[in-house]
Structures are given as C-alpha cells and as structure tokens.
Write a protein that binds this ligand. Structure first.
Ligand SMILES: Nc1nc2c(ncn2[C@@H]2O[C@H](COP(=O)(O)OP(=O)(O)OP(=O)(O)O)[C@@H](O)[C@H]2O)c(=O)[nH]1
Ligand SMILES: [Mg+2]
Length: 238
C-alpha cells in the first residue's frame, strides 16, 4: 500500500526532527509530507535539512505563505497525496501527542476498513498529562458532537487518523465547512454519512512535549456552533 503521512507544523522546531526519525524507524516504507505555514521558528529549515541529509526520496515539504490553519493544511495535504496516487493517507500532530508506535496498527487495520481513528475514549485508550479543564473540553466536545450528530464514534475530535483514498475522493475535501477544531468531526461525520467502514483503535494521547498550545476559547466556541451547522447542512455526497 502506497502510504502518505501528513504532518502540519507551526513552530515545532523542537519536535519535528525526532518525530520524523521516529516515524521512519517505525515504518520505513512510508512517505511523509510536512506542511509548514512559514513557522516563525523556521521549523521548515530543519525539514529541508533532514530531507537533504537522510530522506531525499521519502520526505516532502509544502511551505505555505503564512498561518492558514490546521484544517486547510490537511486539505492541501490530501490533495497533494491524491494527485500522487497514494492509496492510504494518514495525518498526525507534530508534538508527540500522537506516538508513532501506533502507526503499524493503523496500517494493518486500514487493509479491511476505510477510516481508522486513533481513539482516546475506547477501552485501552486515554490521555496523560492533561489538566482537568483540557480533559473536560475534549471529552465534552466528543460527547456533544456525538449527541448532536447521532454518531456512535467515541473520539470525534482527535487528529490521528488514517483514510483510504476513496474516502477522501468521496467526502468532498475541497468543500468542507470547518477550518478549526471541528475539522476532525466533519471529516469523520461525512465518512460515516457516506457509509464507509470506520474503526477506532485505542491510543494513549500525551500532552505536547514542548512548545506552545494553540487552544483558545474562541476556537472552542466556534467549534460548538459549527457542529450544529454540520448537523443541518451536510448532505451525503455520492
Ligand atoms: N501548518 C499548520 N500547522 C498547524 C497550524 N496550527 C496548528 N498546527 C499544527 O497542528 C498540530 C496540532 O496542533 P496543536 O497546537 O498541537 O493543537 P492541539 O493538540 O489541539 O493543542 P496543544 O497540543 O495543546 O497545543 C501541530 O502539529 C501543530 O504544529 C497551522 O495554522 N498551520
Ligand atoms: Mg497538540
């Protein structure tokens, strides 16, 4: 299976090199696309160096002009991957919250399913190093989205996911309504509405090792409203 892993970065200078080395050690056959929004800390320079030194054939960099948001970064990555005929496209955070050790399980499960979600809220999954407020936001966000959208999936907001290309070709990635926190909910919801086989696998999510958190109350409120919009305006695309 020709596999692409997309990693969006914004000021991940301390994480990106160890993360990429870890990924290529765990799954030597994958390709990785880093999408960097001209990080002020020049994360992209480290990617360029690593590409030249160690992974010229497997590591790719898409550098965008400025901070355009995680959702649009993933859409750009999806389009990049689809154009280049990848069969399986994954994405994960750059801050080590998503441990690369789980990637082989995703790649095994995707052989018989359409979308695999790394889930904090199924048996065996969990979160470490998060404060109570952050836990409540995440857990509450998933329960809220689940109730409004009528889904059985437990982790709707996580960003450790693996798609078969036909899912991305079907759900209308260029017409998604969310750019922020609800982006993850929307891609899963549309996959569900289109009848794709979805499986959650347990992951232990660790708080970012280093760097600044970008979560804010505006991002959160925007997401709550967006879930209601999704419920009423999303059409099945087929
Ligand atoms: N290219 C790009 N990447 C982004 C942008 N915003 C966030 N990211 C990256 O997206 C991933 C997830 O963002 P995080 O800041 O870790 O978000 P989070 O996990 O909700 O919050 P914290 O870990 O608490 O900061 C990380 O790899 C970020 O570097 C953006 O605007 N553009
Ligand atoms: Mg994070």
């Amino acid at each position: 299976m020709k596999t692409l892993i997309i990693i969006a970065t914004y000021n991940e200078r301390d994480n990106i090199v160890p993360l990429l080395n870890d990924i290529f050690m765990t799954v030597p056959d994958v390709d990785v696309l880093v999408i960097d929004d001209s990080s002020p800390d020049k994360t992209y320079e480290l990617v360029e160096e690593l590409q030249a030194d160690k992974y010229p054939k497997q590591l790719f960099l898409l550098k965008r002009a400025g901070k355009l948001g995680l959702g649009t970064a993933y859409v750009a990555g999806f389009n990049w991957g689809l154009e280049r005929n990848y069969e399986v496209i994954m994405h994960m955070d750059a801050d080590f919250s998503h441990n690369p050790k789980y990637i082989p399980q995703f790649l095994e499960e995707i052989k018989t399913k359409d979308l695999i979600i790394g889930s904090r809220y199924v048996d065996g999954g969990g979160v470490v190093n998060w404060g109570l407020i952050r836990k409540c936001i995440s857990r509450g966000g998933s329960l809220y989205s689940r109730a409004i959208l009528g889904l059985k999936i437990r982790d709707l907001t996580g960003g450790f996911k693996c798609f078969r290309r036909n899912v991305l070709e079907t759900i209308g990635i260029n017409e998604l309504k969310s750019t922020g926190y609800s982006f993850q909910v929307e891609t899963t919801y549309k996959s569900y509405l289109n009848g794709f086989k979805i499986k959650e696998i347990p992951i232990i999510f660790e708080d970012r090792r280093v760097g600044q958190s970008k979560m804010s109350s505006t991002i959160f409120l925007e997401a709550l409203l967006m879930i209601i919009k999704l419920r009423f305006i999303t059409k099945i695309k087929k």
